[in-house]
Write a protein that binds this ligand. Structure first.
Ligand code: HEC
Length: 231
């Protein structure tokens, strides 16, 4: 009994020195934090990889930056929750491993428009071109604003090599080929998509326009999960 009182007394005394007490508390919280945090970062198994999920191609990466620039994520989430009504509407729910190459991620929760996590492949390329030019031409009651300038504005790929280098330092596994000549790769993918748009009856001069990068990005969204992977 006597001892207990003595211990309590020492703690009381410590509480009476606010500065020292704050310092000691901070140190113990930091130690606890480090013990919890370090394994989370170091243990590789904590990152839920899915082998069929690959990084964005250079063109899709450019399209993603246009998506961010235009604020599409203010109205569209990219995260399907595991609820029946979401699965019925959007498809398979989003897995953490699907977005490991996202810097920054665009999950969001604001849904003025529908979730886009699995919009890839839902429509032909031309649908997206028409929808961006004038949303009401494809969805008559749409309240989405038009982005017609994307069909006119030239695609700027000059920052692409630097962007790829930065992502590569953050462990996004780009191949040597992608790292060496991202601009040429982006241009050839853009040409392919532009040809398809033209073949579907759309404008034939879009290969070097921003809209093509955005379409490339949208058409990739959510498709990796069920992609047949080579490895
Ligand atoms: C003001 C809110 C708003 C903004 C900003 C917005 N959208 Fe939308 N979006 C909507 C609404 C509402 C719909 C549903 C009606 C429609 O299809 O247009 C929609 C539909 C879509 C669809 C079709 C989804 C589907 O499954 O049918 C796509 C793709 C899309 N938006 C892409 C974009 C892109 C890309 C941007 C940025 C360039 C963007 N949206 C910006 C509100 C918005």
């Amino acid at each position: 009994m006597k001892r207990l009182i003595k211990v309590g007394g020492r703690h009381r005394k410590l509480e009476g020195w606010p500065l020292l007490f704050t310092i000691l508390t901070t140190i113990s919280v930091l130690i606890g934090g480090v013990v919890e945090f370090i394994p989370l970062v170091l243990v590789k198994g904590n990152v839920p990889t899915i082998s069929s999920v690959k990084p964005w191609t250079p063109l899709e990466l450019t399209g993603r930056d246009i998506y961010i620039r235009e604020g599409c994520n203010n109205c569209h989430s990219q995260q399907i929750r595991p609820f029946r009504h979401e699965l019925e509407r959007y498809g398979e729910y989003s897995k953490p491993g699907e977005t490991i190459y996202e810097r920054p991620f665009l999950w969001g929760s604001k849904r003025t428009g529908p979730d886009l996590a699995r919009v890839g492949g839902k429509y032909p390329h031309l649908w997206h071109v028409r929808h961006m030019e004038d949303p009401r031409s494809t969805s008559p009651q749409s309240i989405m604003p038009p982005y017609a300038w994307l069909l006119r504005k030239e695609l700027n790929l000059s920052h692409l090599p630097a962007k790829m280098r930065v992502l590569n330092t953050m462990n996004v596994p780009y191949s040597a080929q992608e790292m060496e000549n991202p601009v040429a790769l982006a241009q050839s993918q853009a040409q392919e998509i532009a040809n398809e748009v033209a073949a579907q009856g759309g404008p034939s001069n879009l290969a070097d326009k921003e809209i093509i990068a955005l379409v490339a990005y949208l058409q990739r969204l959510g498709t990796d999960l069920n992609a047949t992977s080579a490895d």
